[in-house]
Design a protein. Structure first.
Length: 60
């Protein structure tokens, strides 16, 4: 496969896109862990998450 004179730019673009995706995946996983830890800390204190009301029984 010949990428021509712009091979460096093309490969750098693909590399940057791959790096960006990997960083976003890592960020989401770290944030998920932090949010779960915060929710578990609140649950340990006896604070529960409120459940939304069932909208099917509400009159519109």
């Amino acid at each position: 496969m010949d990428l021509g004179p712009h091979a460096g730019f093309i490969l750098a673009s693909y590399g940057l896109c791959l790096l960006t995706i990997l960083v976003l995946i890592a960020w989401v996983r770290l944030d998920k862990a932090a949010q779960e830890k915060a929710l578990n800390n609140l649950a340990d204190q006896g604070i529960k998450r409120a459940r939304p009301e069932d909208r099917s029984t509400q009159a519109l």
